[in-house]
Design a protein around this ligand. Structure first.
Ligand SMILES: *Cc1c(COP(=O)(O)O)cnc(C)c1O
Length: 334
């Protein structure tokens, strides 16, 4: 079988690194959307809460309900807006304000330049008026940066625009509103953090996706993917392995089949440029739905222990490598 190890010490190390940037753990909201980036929603929520994290961010009410007891507040990024003691909902459009249930806690998302979700700067007044009229409780105002991870001025003009938004919201007279704009890349590059909260995802799981010119905070990968052996065999020179027989043994060699494949969310990759595991060399031939072949006799092998490294090999980003891992894979804290 395929199995995942979750390194608790590394997770706490990463959270502490973020807390150094924010000034305290209290300002850290852990982003647990998409099964906690493939790490396991309830598992990671439990660990985060145990470490003193009080705020979480998820994608929908379904995810929020599973971890409700563990946090003081849960921000839901996109779902039907309902009244709830602990949940607050990001408002991504003017329509969403009108459809929200009276009494619901909301956090207004402002589009400061990413143009994905959120209310246009010009519509801020209208949105604030609508929130009051609908009887909603504004508990937060937020924005999201489109290029916090690259060295350019874009990050700064978005930040400036958000400063104006803050001023306006205060002027209108809203109180007890938390302002937040930083994701992992933004908090890792910003040495002068002064907001109420960060929404930290990928950095908590151990990856710093910033381009090299930035000061690199050392983070440690939390997740590793492993597989157990099904069978070992000797492959004679000239014999070929797997679907299509894409790998041919140059000489006699011992290989084993391990139980992990694209059915587990591991990537199939490109057989002409095979993925290299941390210790057992490259995957031999094609990745099957549930199996891979390796030149190894070990009972258990590590397939991946650094999603950023794997992403480089497989032509994607760390986020995709980890979020794709199937929720049914056994996850164990080590
Ligand atoms: C996913 C997400 C985050 C977290 O981003 P990371 O780059 O993983 O830190 C923060 N804010 C919003 C709105 C998001 O959707």
């Amino acid at each position: 079988m395929a199995f995942i190890n979750i390194n608790k010490e590394n997770f706490y190390h990463n959270l502490n690194q973020i807390a150094l940037q924010t000034g305290s753990l209290e300002k850290v909201a852990i982003v647990l959307k998409d099964n906690a980036y493939g790490h396991g929603l309830e598992l990671m929520a439990g660990l985060a809460s145990e470490h003193g994290i009080a705020h979480a961010v998820v994608r929908n009410t379904y995810e929020a309900a599973k971890i409700e007891s563990l946090f003081e507040s849960i921000l839901i990024l996109g779902d039907k807006v309902l009244k709830h003691e602990k949940y607050s909902y990001a408002l991504n459009s003017l329509e969403a304000i009108n459809e929200a249930e009276k009494g619901a806690k909301v956090e207004l998302k402002i589009d400061t330049g990413m143009h994905r979700n959120g209310i246009a700067l010009e519509s801020l007044d209208e949105a604030l008026g609508q929130i009051t009229k609908q009887g909603l409780t504004l508990v937060g105002v937020m924005t999201h940066y489109r290029s916090a991870d690259v060295l350019s001025s874009e990050f700064f003009w978005q930040q400036k625009a958000f400063e104006k938004v803050k001023e306006k919201v205060r002027q209108v007279g809203f109180e007890n509103v938390r302002f937040h704009s930083h994701n992992s890349a933004a908090i890792l590059r910003n040495k002068h953090f002064s907001e109420d909260m960060v929404r930290v995802g990928i950095a908590a799981y151990g990856y710093n996706e910033l381009e090299t010119p930035f000061d690199k905070t050392r983070l440690k990968p939390v997740l590793s993917l492993h597989a157990t052996k099904i069978a070992t065999r000797v492959l004679r020179a000239g014999e070929r392995v797997g679907y299509g027989g894409d790998f041919t043994a140059k000489e006699d060699m011992t290989i084993s089949t391990y139980e992990v494949g694209y059915g587990d969310g591991w990537r199939r990759g490109d057989v002409s440029n095979p993925y290299v595991t941390p210790k057992e060399g490259n995957i031999l031939g094609r990745v099957s739905m549930d199996f891979v072949a390796l030149a190894s006799e070990e009972d258990e092998v590590c397939i991946m222990n650094d999603a950023q490294e794997a992403a480089k090999q497989l032509g994607t980003i760390s986020y995709e490598i980890i979020t794709n891992l199937h929720p049914d894979i056994t996850r164990e804290v080590i």
